[in-house]
Design a protein around this ligand. Structure first.
Ligand SMILES: Cc1ncc(COP(=O)(O)O)c(C=O)c1O
Length: 370
């Protein structure tokens, strides 16, 4: 018995997905968390209209979803002033990143990202045998100039940049990204991951023609619209690039009720405004909790706040472990120097109360271990 004959590429990969979810941690600790503030989900919840639409759609789950996501694409196109041919809908940004990397990255191809940036992109690049070239953050921001320089030097096919950024929550103004687009080398595609754009201040989303062949923008219903479990995202790009997704995408990948729920959520602009207001309050609260404990919170254009624990990565890891042990699920950046921080998602007041109670005890316990 030889067993399955994996490719050399797969044999060389570690069997570790980048996201270890709270349910896994709950099973490991043998108890549920009291606060779920670690995955940048949106604990304020989806539009009631989206919930009603999904409930109504459930009776029709015997049907496959619309493989073209026609209605959702039409609504997004109309709002953005583009055509549906500039849009592909997929299983969240994560799913779309996988398809895009599959379209463009062959074994050995160079790809550029930032050290410590969103890891799922790296996971897909590794899965198709690409070679990652990384540049450091600059002052806790992803560094557009360094990303461009590295792409030139390495002949990269792809550059990945999230604006606003995860895990630091920092952001660049539109003009910075517009200048970056003008510097993208010939033959390179910039992936602009705008997962958190709904939380960002006005003036963060750059003006980029949807036909521009140098950029693909990705957005999601997981964050601002609070539908992370529904798995709906979209990419905006030139029609030739968008059409290429039809060579590889999973045509039954979209859940029917999720498509319907996303459309209802997209049309409920009043709910999005309420979410943004709740997030402004929660962001201020986390900043204040940090301050009350003598810590510094990073400015954030996202639905989470990175809190500098004032020590090194080991100290922050120790604080994190102590907070999790108290039943509060949060996470932290992977790489130095960003790993001096813990990362706390914005959430309802009761969950932030739990964080506020856990933090001073965790700091005390972590300090005692130094
Ligand atoms: C920068 C960034 N991109 C993409 C995602 C995943 O988005 P989706 O749920 O649409 O796959 C996340 C989730 O945390 C993220 O932080």
């Amino acid at each position: 018995m030889t067993g399955p004959r994996f490719t050399d590429l797969v044999n060389a990969l570690p069997a570790t997905v980048p996201f270890v979810g709270p349910e896994t941690a709950e099973r490991a600790r043998g108890a549920p968390f009291t606060a779920r503030l670690g995955a940048n989900e949106n604990g304020f919840g989806p539009s009631p209209k989206a919930i009603a639409a999904m409930n109504a759609a459930n009776a029709e789950q015997w049907k496959y979803g619309d493989a073209q996501s026609h209605d959702l694409r039409a609504a997004i196109a109309e709002r953005l002033g583009i055509t549906p041919a500039h849009l592909v809908v997929g299983e969240g940004i994560d799913g779309l990143l996988g398809y895009l990397v599959r379209l463009l990255v062959a074994p050995g191809d160079a790809v550029v990202t930032s050290e410590g940036a969103y890891p799922t992109f790296n996971y897909h690049v590794a899965g198709f045998g690409g070679t990652l070239h990384k540049v450091p953050y600059k002052d806790d921001h992803e560094d557009p100039a360094a990303l461009i320089a590295k792409a030139r030097e390495s002949g990269a096919k792809l550059i990945y940049l999230a604006n606003p950024d995860n895990p630091m929550g920092t952001w660049h103004e539109a003009a910075v990204i517009e200048r970056m687009v003008n510097e993208v080398p010939e033959g390179t595609l910039l992936i602009l991951d705008e997962a958190y754009i709904e939380f960002a201040p006005d003036g963060t989303a750059p003006q980029i023609a949807a036909d521009d062949p140098r950029v693909i923008r990705m957005r999601t219903f997981s964050k601002g619209y609070a539908l992370a479990g529904a798995r709906v995202g979209y990419a905006i790009g030139a029609p030739t690039l968008i059409t290429a997704f039809d060579k590889v995408r999973n045509h039954f990948g979209m859940n029917r009720a999720a498509q319907i729920g996303a459309l209802a959520a997209f049309n409920d602009r009043a709910h999005l405004a309420r979410i943004r207001a709740a997030c402004t309050t929660a962001r201020a609260r986390i900043t204040q909790i940090a301050r009350d404990n003598g810590l510094n919170a990073m400015p954030s254009a996202t639905n989470f706040v990175a809190v500098d624990c004032g020590g090194d990565g080991d100290f922050a890891r120790s604080v994190l472990a102590e907070i999790i042990a108290q039943g509060v699920f949060i996470r932290m950046p992977f790489c130095a120097p960003q790993d001096r921080c813990i990362r706390v998602s914005l959430g309802p007041e009761a969950e932030l109360d739990a964080f506020a109670a856990a933090l001073p005890r965790a700091l005390k316990a972590a300090s005692a271990k130094i």
